[in-house]
Design a protein around this ligand. Structure first.
Ligand code: ADP
Ligand code: MG
Length: 239
């Protein structure tokens, strides 16, 4: 609705890799409390946008605002401290350590020593993976590693969470679990922007979506509008 404030804004953001235009002049506004999805075929530029939001890539053009402050030139770590947290497409967990030790690596920067254990246990409880806390991460399933990584992102006290393909490679039950988790986090007030290319998964979770195609914004609207848009259906069928 119009009375909600924007938490994240991209203004004319573009990214070239040499001569390849990966992202072209994107405008995007995510409001506080939104559960918004970036959808689009492989190579559309979705992950590149996330990396620019986090400061992993510097935009070739345009600016990025978080809570009305320009963050375009800030370091990744400063963005995390401002309240932006991400689960990347490629897992970022420490395989030789336990799930608990992984959570501690994230949480120790944001919680005092005496409150940290409680917070970590609270997050394990929220994620319903308390039984995994002493397991070595390499021995966890792909899905369990994804949930742990979401937990690590949550341990950074985010105001806004970015999830890059949180259901990639998961089976149907694990996918349902991930959908429930995303909805639960949003219901608790967390603003979430996530990437996916599976329309069924998106329909099940998001309230609104932006479609990217060849680095451009192709369509935007409610998920129902997007899913019934013939042009969107066509790019998915490769027309
Ligand atoms: P998506 O996440 O939508 O699948 P990406 O953002 O990963 O797409 O990639 C968009 C385009 O940019 C693709 O053509 C990809 O090959 C290219 N690209 C992404 N990262 C790099 C990079 N570091 N160097 C060169 N090209 C890149
Ligand atoms: Mg990607």
């Amino acid at each position: 609705s119009t009375n909600k404030k924007a938490i994240l804004e991209l203004k004319g953001v573009g990214k070239y890799f040499g001569g390849l235009r990966a992202v072209d002049n994107i405008n995007l506004s995510v409001k506080k409390g939104d559960l918004h999805c970036l959808i689009g075929p492989n190579g559309a530029g979705k992950s590149t946008i996330f990396k620019m939001i986090m400061g992993v890539y510097k935009p070739t053009s345009g600016s990025i605002l978080f809570e009305n402050n320009a963050i375009t030139n800030k370091r990744t770590w400063d963005r995390v401290k401002l309240g932006l947290s991400i689960k990347m497409q490629i897992p970022g967990v420490y395989g030789d350590l336990t799930a608990y030790e992984n959570m501690k690596i994230a949480a120790q920067n944001f919680y005092k020593r005496r409150e940290m254990n409680n917070k970590i246990m609270e997050l394990f409880d929220l994620l319903e993976i308390t039984n995994l806390k002493s397991k070595i991460v390499n021995n966890l399933s792909h899905g369990q590693q994804q949930w742990l990584e979401i937990g690590m992102a949550l341990a950074c006290k985010p105001k806004m969470l970015l999830l890059d393909e949180p259901a990639a490679g998961l089976g149907p039950e694990e996918t349902n679990y991930t959908s429930d988790l995303i909805r639960k986090l949003n219901d608790k007030g967390l603003t979430i922007l996530f990437i996916d290319h599976d329309m069924d998964f998106v329909k099940n979770i998001a309230k609104s979506a932006t479609v990217l195609h060849l680095g451009n914004k192709f369509a935007e609207g409610t998920v129902d509008e997007i899913a019934s848009n013939q042009k969107v259906i066509d790019i998915y069928l490769g027309k």
